[in-house]
Design a protein around this ligand. Sequence first.
Ligand SMILES: Nc1ncnc2c1ncn2[C@@H]1O[C@H](COP(=O)(O)OP(=O)(O)O)[C@@H](O)[C@H]1O
Ligand SMILES: [Mg+2]
Length: 249
Amino acid sequence: MVMKLGQNTDCYTLHNVAKTYDLREVLRVDDLTLHTGEIFALVGPSGAGKSTLLRLLAFLEQPDEGVVTWQDRPIDGVWPDLESRRRVTMVFQQPRLLKRTVIENIGYGLQLRGQDVTKHDRLQSLAADLGISDLLDQKAHKLSGGEQQRVALARALILSPEVLILDEPTSNLDPQNVALVEKMIKRENETRGTTVIMVTHNVFQAKRIAHRTALILNGRLQEVADTASFFDNPRSEETRKFISGEIVY
Ligand SMILES: Nc1ncnc2c1ncn2[C@@H]1O[C@H](COP(=O)(O)OP(=O)(O)O)[C@@H](O)[C@H]1O
Ligand SMILES: [Mg+2]
């Protein structure tokens, strides 16, 4: 983990957080701290509340109870301001791309910030690393799901966010592209110190790249642990069942 001297090591803290949809509580987190510079993986069956938690961290929703703080300040609708919000980028599981070319899509966030993607020195190398160099002039919405997923990742990475939030970033990818994307995530974390918070349906992906892994079931965190302990020495029986495939997802 890259940690600069004097850097705050708490990126997010959640305390007594709950989220309710249509009178149904779908998420409850008593206490959770996410560290600056870590890769944090969240695993759990479908419907467990993973995406809901990510949306709270990405400032897209507010909890109905409790407090989420980012960089020591409570998120309250006024804070973070736009400039701070731009330091956190989320890539959705089903990315919504514009009906424009791939290069225009990758440049979209930059354009909002008044920059020109064609002048960006990282564009070509990012595209090459993600295997989408040949697609830059194609219409993004006509690409396959896996290609779109990589375009969405490029669109996020080119912004060099401090926090990268990824919702099942490899769910539509073949094994070769899964490896490409995992390598990119690790490199981004190691070279820039980017905090990565990712949901994955693949526990082995968490094992390969995360520093810490958490299991969520029915809206509640069952275990949050160093990835090695999570897999080799789980404290919770639910975790043991999940990693051995006894809980289906
Ligand atoms: N906007 C919403 N309105 C109503 N229910 C929702 C909404 N978003 C999520 N839910 C429900 O909350 C639960 C958790 O959803 P989600 O966080 O998407 O789970 P996961 O990402 O783990 O599959 C699910 O039962 C889902 O149907
Ligand atoms: Mg989800």
